[in-house]
Design a binder for this molecule. Structure first.
Ligand code: FES
Length: 110
């Protein structure tokens, strides 16, 4: 588990925030009123998903339009051969709690 202090207020002003974690770089954005934490790079050719379009519950890569569902990262359309990692996350007051599937050996501090 990772706690990111005070990020909720930042997300009310910024559309997305990059998080550099022990699990690699991720992005956090608000979709449908809830935080979504997903990998930084598109699995197709490595485009920055920070530049992706968000339409409803979908993240659409700006390069070749691979489309991923925010709820679970599933690929819905496009040339990517797999989905993206979406990590369960929730707000706890003003903090963000990220629930990594398995704790890494080296910790997952930011
Ligand atoms: S790099 Fe994202 S769809 Fe090609």
């Amino acid at each position: 588990m990772t706690r990111v202090p005070g990020i909720r207020q930042r997300l009310s002003k910024e559309p997305l925030i990059r998080l550099d974690t022990a699990r690699g770089p991720h992005l956090v954005r608000i979709v449908g009123g809830r935080p979504v934490v997903h990998q930084l790079l598109c699995p197709h050719r490595g485009a920055l998903l920070a530049d992706a379009y968000v339409v409803g519950d979908l993240v659409i890569c700006s390069w070749h339009r691979s489309t991923f569902r925010c709820a679970d990262g599933r690929r819905m359309y496009g040339p990517a051969d797999r989905g993206i990692e979406v990590v369960p996350a929730r707000f706890d007051g003003g903090d963000l709690i990220i629930e990594w599937p398995v704790e890494p050996d080296s910790g997952d501090g930011i």
